[in-house]
Structures are given as structure tokens and as C-alpha cells.
Design a protein around this ligand. Structure first.
Ligand SMILES: *Cc1c(COP(=O)(O)O)cnc(C)c1O
Length: 489
């Protein structure tokens, strides 16, 4: 038998239909099961000790193993009561698009084929969605971590003499950039990976509203310049991971212009607020950025993974990444035509067809409906925040700007509230009822509920909070005092 194609295509077709039907049912019924359940140790050990297979195995048997040992113990982000971190819920339609993309097995590093045109279309649409000009360049990547990294490399090379920097490296240069203390950890890691060093990312304090303190930024810039550093970029966040706050983007755009700095926005999830007419004003100024990082796999519900970087200056991204290589020559016709190639815009040469599932999401749902998903999430967050505020034993720890609610249970005397709230979140996870996560706000441990999933409703927020209060009663032995909400009105 030559090659790896199935011996009997009709067998494969039947097995494929069984797998497809099983997964469609599984997605349809996801809300009926637990959000999350721990993987039994025996199953985990099965993976930890499985020997490298020498002989092959039937696809149906492999599928059975998936259904038994993987599917029930997945992270749970498809479930409407998954409220941890920032995870998109995915869609059945997205799954089908991903199947088509895998079937085509296209490599989007470059060359002359239709999938490249699909990614170009998706990038052009993304530019329009976020108010960027149609000459914007961009790239689909794994996620915002990679998108921020590409933007930071592009910025340093655009501002600080890219050709020399690319040849000689940053050694000896004292390039520095600025982001609020609330910036995502991937920004500091990008400075690290870019060879700039994490200290080159100056962390600007935030005000009581959890937004970057512009006066502090001004002082830091002046001090750095006086000390001989070379400031090259400022990074604003549209939707911080802790609280969903938005840095003052218009003011940052003004400052970047005056100080001749590259203005980058990390809009991993928050950028999508622009699709909701009601929420777009919150991220105003984002459209003035030199570059933008955001995810399709969070609020736009595209299945993992799908991040995106956009760069306004049409030459900057290629100037930062393109190489001339004999084995990657661009031609005027034939399969090696159709420059520029996506491999010129980032670190990856071989790249999958992420663009297909993004296309199907944007055209299948339309930006209007995706904007409604954003607005729904924010409405659920407001509902939860209102209930927290009306419940004396609960305390809201940060203002709710978009879709994230940070709060905690407060009980009288002697309790270690950080520990109590952290334990309650673990209790909730293990109950399977809901899955918020935690963070620290002004030094205090917060229960953090992020509404990102298109399936989440006000009722889900209520079920989460009811379960939390029940678990608190179990843990404390008595009902925490003052936990009935004061009536509305
Ligand atoms: C999620 C997130 C990131 C990282 O994005 P990934 O897609 O997980 O790589 C960066 N910044 C913010 C604000 C985020 O919420």
C-alpha cells in the first residue's frame, strides 16, 4: 500500500460522518454538561505513559479514545458559564470552516493561490472594521501575543533605523517603550524576545480608573530622554485583561505624534467593541494607532487560534521582516508570483489557512451580529455588577467598562478574604457550575468574571453568583451575613 490515503474511501466517509455528527451534537448540548471537570488520573496516566506507536490504528478506535479521554476534559470555554481569563466560545460554523481549511492543506507563506487572496481580503476587512486605511498591511497569527510581538519589532525598526538594527541588533542602543502597569504580560515578553530587555518596557502607573496616567507618562519620557534613552513607542490597551479598562487612546495618539513615537494598541479583545455602536466610543482613538493587535478567537468567536496584527504604514511591516532568499524568489507569473507574500510580514514561513474560518465568521455572521455579541456580553457584565452592588456581602473591586466584573465576597471578622475568595473560585470550578478566574486589584484578590462567550446570558451570571453564595455557606458553615440582595427600586 503506497501513501497514507484510506484503503476504502467509503469507510472513511462513513467514519467522517459519524465524527462530524458526534461533534455537532456535542457542541449543541454543551450547556447541559459541566463547565469543567478534572481529568481522572488513570486517563491522564494513559497519555503520560503511552508508547510511541509503531503500527497504525483504526480511525474509529482513535475517535472512541478522543470521546472517552479528551472531549469530556477539555477547558470548557464553549460553555456559557465559562467566565475565566478571556476565552472565546467558538462556533459550530467555525469548526466546519476549519475542516475545509484542513482538507485543502494550503500553506499561506506566499505563492500564487486563492487562499492568499482570502487572507488579503480578511486583512482588508479587518482594517476597515477598525478604521484603518485600505493600504494597511497585516497578518493572521496565533494570537495577540504574537501580534504584539510583531508590532513591537515593526515599531522598533521603523523608528530606530530598521536596516542597521536588523544587521547589527540592538546591542548598545538604549531603546525604551511605554505601557501601563496593567498591560498584558505578553508585552513585556515581546520586549524580552525582541532583545530589547524587559527593563526597556517602562511601566506607567494607572489612575483610580485603571487607565494609564498620562502625566506620569510625560514625566517618565522626559526623564528617559534626559538620561540618554531612546523612546520609540507607546502602547495603549483597549480592554485590559484585569478589568477591561481602556487607556486614553486619543490622548496617547496626540502624545505619540508630538513625541514622534510609534503608537501601538493592544486590543486583544477590546478592539471588537468598535463593532457595537453603543460601545465603539469607548475605544475611540484606536483607529489612530500605527499598529493594532487583536484576536478573532476571543470576542469574535472564531475557533482557536486566530490573532491578527495590522500596521498602518504600508512599508513598515515588510521593512521589518522581509528577506531576499534564492529559494524563495518571486516571479512575474506561475506559482511563484503574487508578491508580496505573507512570509515577508512576520516570522513564520509555513502558515496555515486561518483566514478561511475568519472569512466564514465575518461573512457568515456579519459585523452587525458580532457587534451584538459584544453588546450582549457587556449587558451581562452590567447585570452581574448591579447584582454585586446590591448585595451587601459582595464588593465590586473595579469599575465595569466593558465585559469584565471584578468582585469579592466580604465576611466579617478574622477571615483571610484573599484565601477565602481564591478557595471559592476553586470550589466553583470543581462544582462544574461555573468557571470565573481570579486576579489582584489594588493588592486584593478578586473573583474575575469575563463575559466573552456568545452563549452567556444574564441567567448564567445569576447561576454563577447563586452557586458562589451557596459554596460560601458550605465553606463557612453558616450563611454569610447580608447576602440577600437589596430589592431593586
Ligand atoms: C488575551 C490577551 C492577550 C494575549 O492574546 P493571546 O491571543 O492569548 O496570545 C494580550 N493582551 C490582552 C489585553 C489580552 O486580553
Amino acid at each position: 500500500m503506497a501513501g497514507l490515503d484510506p484503503q476504502d474511501w467509503e469507510d472513511l466517509r462513513a467514519q467522517g460522518h459519524r465524527m462530524l455528527d458526534a461533534m455537532i451534537d456535542n457542541i449543541r448540548d454543551v450547556a447541559a454538561g459541566p463547565v469543567w471537570q478534572p481529568m481522572p488520573p488513570a486517563l491522564r496516566a494513559g497519555f503520560a505513559t503511552a508508547p510511541l506507536p509503531v503500527e497504525g490504528r483504526d480511525l474509529g478506535e482513535l475517535h472512541a479514545r478522543f470521546v472517552e479521554a479528551v472531549q469530556p476534559y477539555s477547558v470548557g470555554n464553549r460553555h456559557p458559564r465559562f467566565m475565566g481569563w478571556v476565552h472565546g466560545g467558538g462556533t459550530a460554523q467555525g469548526m466546519l470552516a476549519d475542516m475545509l481549511a484542513a482538507g485543502l492543506n494550503a500553506n499561506l507563506g506566499g505563492r500564487n493561490h486563492a487562499p492568499v487572496d482570502v487572507e488579503r481580503m480578511v486583512i482588508r476587512w479587518a482594517a476597515e472594521m477598525f478604521g484603518f486605511p485600505d493600504t494597511t498591511t497585516g497578518l493572521l497569527v496565533t494570537g495577540s501575543s504574537m501580534a504584539n510581538f510583531i508590532a513591537i519589532l515593526t515599531a522598533s525598526r521603523a523608528v530606530a533605523g530598521g536596516a542597521a538594527l536588523r544587521q547589527a541588533g540592538v546591542g548598545g542602543r538604549r531603546l525604551v517603550g511605554y505601557a501601563a502597569r496593567t498591560a498584558h504580560g505578553c508585552v513585556a515578553r515581546a520586549f524580552d524576545m525582541a532583545g530589547l530587555g524587559m527593563q526597556a518596557l517602562r511601566r506607567v502607573p494607572t489612575g483610580r480608573d485603571h487607565r494609564m496616567d498620562l502625566a506620569a507618562l510625560g514625566h517618565m519620557l522626559a526623564e528617559d530622554r534626559a538620561a540618554g534613552f531612546e523612546p520609540f513607542m507607546v502602547i495603549g490597551t483597549a480592554g485590559t485583561v484585569d478589568t477591561g479598562s481602556v487607556d486614553p487612546l486619543n490622548e496617547l495618539a496626540d502624545l505619540a505624534q508630538a513625541e514622534k513615537l510609534w503608537f501601538h494598541v493592544d486590543g486583544a479583545f477590546g478592539a471588537l467593541a468598535r463593532l457595537s455602536a453603543q460601545h465603539a466610543p469607548l475605544v475611540q482613538g484606536m483607529e489612530r494607532a500605527d499598529s493594532l493587535a487583536f484576536d478573532f478567537h476571543k470576542w469574535a468567536q472564531v475557533p482557536y487560534d486566530a490573532g491578527c496584527v495590522l500596521v498602518r504604514d504600508p512599508g513598515a511591516q515588510a521593512a521589518a521582516f522581509a528577506q531576499a532568499l534564492d529559494y524563495l524568489a518571486r516571479e512575474d507569473r506561475g506559482l511563484a508570483a503574487h508578491a508580496p507574500w505573507f512570509c515577508d510580514l512576520g516570522p513564520d514561513l509555513s502558515r496555515g489557512f486561518r483566514a478561511l474560518k475568519v472569512w466564514f465568521a465575518l461573512e457568515g455572521f456579519g459585523t452587525h451580529r458580532l457587534g451584538e455579541v459584544v453588546a450582549r456580553s457587556c449587558a451581562v457584565a452590567r447585570h452581574l455588577a448591579a447584582r454585586v452592588s446590591r448585595t451587601p456581602c459582595l464588593e465590586l473591586l473595579a469599575p465595569v467598562t466593558l465585559n469584565i466584573v471584578c468582585f469579592r465576597l466580604v465576611v466579617a471578622d478574622g477571615q483571610d478574604l484573599d484565601r477565602l475568595n481564591a478557595e471559592l473560585v476553586k470550589d466553583l470550578h470543581e462544582s462544574g457550575i461555573a468557571a470565573p478566574s481570579t486576579t489582584r486589584i489594588n493588592g486584593q484578590l478578586a473573583i474575575r468574571a469575563a463575559m466573552v462567550n456568545h452563549r452567556t446570558t444574564e441567567q448564567d451570571a445569576d447561576i454563577m453568583l447563586d452557586a458562589l453564595l451557596d459554596l460560601a455557606q458550605l465553606r463557612l458553615g453558616v450563611a454569610p451575613q447580608a447576602c440577600s440582595p437589596t430589592p431593586v427600586g
